[in-house]
Design a protein around this ligand. Sequence first.
Ligand code: C2E
Ligand code: MG
Ligand code: MG
Length: 292
Amino acid sequence: QAKQQGRNRFQFFQPVKDQPDQAHKRELVRIREAIEGDELRLHVQPRVDMRSGRVVGVEALVRWEHPERGLLPPGEFLPLMEGDELLHDLDWWVMDRALRLLEDWRSAGLDLTMSLNLSACSLQDTGFVAALQEMLAQHPSIDPAHLLFEIIESEALRDIETTASVIRACAVLGVQFALDGFGNGYASLTDFRCLPAQVVKIDQTVVRDILRSRDGRNLVKGVIGIANAFQREVIAEGVESAAHGLLLMDLGCTLAQGYGIADPMAPEQLASWIKGFRPPQLWTDRPDVDWT
Ligand code: C2E
Ligand code: MG
Ligand code: MG
């Protein structure tokens, strides 16, 4: 009787336990179809040098144009791909699309740097650098210095030795790296020292409250100071207003991106956006503001 009950219970629980797994597998199959079926889109968010008012580059941000659910941000599908090799396919899809865009822009006379967000799995892939080299060889008109790979700080730290050696190997090809999400609380200063990324991106959570809190300003000042001490370039993300930008310039950071400058957009819109862009008066006048 007990055995019978046990078996019944077993049969009852089995499908319940398997269900999320099955659903997850189905979602991965669907994402694979999206990659292969041309449903992914690469949007770009302009990056400006606030001091000169020039657009210096863009960050590529993937979206999924889902036939039923509309344009999905990466937060809706990247987490599902975590730990799956599909992420690797996504990275190469992004790379291919990005290099084509760079070629188009170059022939249109636009001299821009393209930031790409790289998954941790690509860093772990021993064939990554060779594959990158091959891909660059297929696009000889592109200057590798116009590519900047962004890696999330916490992911870069997962295997710091491997990350450092990939960064070094890419530097030989002329491709640069940025630590994304910097200042958001993972890297120790020792870790930072060991990662030869040429650029740091101050995390939007850190940038967000610089106007409201003196501690927030001190934190950004410190992050910029550390980056400068190591000769790393600094980019601020999450610049949501002209005032944020002005304060960042006062703190020593001139490269910025954020909704206060431009939202991510379809690449076809970029040229006309650049044509119409005028830096806010707050930046050109550079008023002396007492932020304390
Ligand atoms: P991230 O690389 O830190 O990208 C910045 C995110 O902040 C983007 O969200 C962007 O749309 C958003 N953002 C831009 N300006 C502002 C602002 O002023 N305020 C605020 N609050 N947010 C702003 P998105 O596009 O949803 O991307 C989220 C994350 O997904 C990215 O964070 C990146 O880690 C990842 N991701 C995006 N595209 C790719 C990709 O092609 N490949 C990989 N592997 N990861 C990607
Ligand atoms: Mg990024
Ligand atoms: Mg970021």
